[in-house]
Design a protein around this ligand. Sequence first.
Ligand SMILES: Nc1ncnc2c1ncn2[C@@H]1O[C@H](COP(=O)(O)OP(=O)(O)O)[C@@H](O)[C@H]1O
Ligand SMILES: [Mg+2]
Length: 383
Amino acid sequence: LVYQSTRLIRRSVGDEEQPNHWEVAMAGVNLSGIVKAYGALQVVHGIDLNVAEKEFVVLVGPSGCGKSTTLRMIAGLEEITNGDLTIDGRRMNRVAPKDRDVAMVFQNYALYPHLNVADNMAFGLRIRKMPKDQIKTTIDEVAETLGLTPYLDRRPADLSGGQRQRVAMGRAIVRHPKVFLFDEPLSNLDAKLRTQMRAEIKRLHNRLGVTSVYVTHDQVEAMTLADRIVVMNDGRIEQVGTPMELFNNPINTFVAGFLGSPPMNQIKGVLTETGAKVGNTELRLHGAINGNAGRDVIVGVRPEHVTLKSSEGTTALPINLDLVEPLGSEALLHARHGEDNLVFKADTNGDINHLYGVDAIHVPAHLIKLFDAETGRALNLGA
Ligand SMILES: Nc1ncnc2c1ncn2[C@@H]1O[C@H](COP(=O)(O)OP(=O)(O)O)[C@@H](O)[C@H]1O
Ligand SMILES: [Mg+2]
């Protein structure tokens, strides 16, 4: 029985590679049919999601899709209109935010300007009546972890953006919550610091292993941080999976166009008996077309999957190159094919001059993704 239930939990978490995620899958955060309406306006339309204990889940999607609302319902800052929220197995719908054992880190830090770093971090502990000497030990320890020891006496105004963000995280960490909730915590930082803090958050999570739900509109943050990504769109979940599952097998054109930078090219085409016709070119495909000939499709090609030279299993696609953007080791080729604007990646090998003459790229059959043109859903051809 134990063996069987372990297998079930494993499957429900859907992540065979990371054994620490299934051992304790009974805990964590569970959303079931979660709905949010403001009066007659429904903005979250029934969300089902299981976040396993110790798991780092990222909600990602365009602005206004309901990420913050969902997170704030978990935190208790927004009332849940419908559905059930449990944390660590306990129903939380009617539990006050301070009794949910969650700690939230916001984009705007929300630090007290008149308190120094130590007092900002201690604030929540004092409210919870933790003894003074214990508060000091906790603050010192967390400050050390976050590299804040030299700044304990400073006020927020005398800190850099990155340091402020660390204080905000410190304030969450000292409380030893069951769950961390992050709402775009890095959005106010410049690009370099954002990358640095992103890595720090990941290291911290690897060390502390606290269940985390992290909201961002930035797909790179989602890809780099998440154990599993939840792609949201217009108050609904489009797809849930590990970063590589979503990258390799997007369920529809929305997910395909959201993850990856630049995102997957989507080219209008039609299936024939022998391939996919896009403009005057028939792309070779991997798999049998069977009864699908004549079907309108979107042909998905990742920018990094094409080559400049032909090889076994590729088809040449003629393009009109209109821009070359060097990134260093790679360059982005912006091109037109018929009415479609396409972007491809090419190695520079230290020089971009050879790229200006490119008039065709080579598309490997086995890496092409197909989507139904009408529904946008992924289309899997038979073997
Ligand atoms: N208090 C409110 N009253 C009415 N609509 C709201 C309120 N708060 C948020 N919304 C709407 O809910 C939707 C989701 O918002 P939000 O969760 O903040 O999106 P995200 O965080 O993904 O950008 C948006 O359309 C927003 O305008
Ligand atoms: Mg938001």
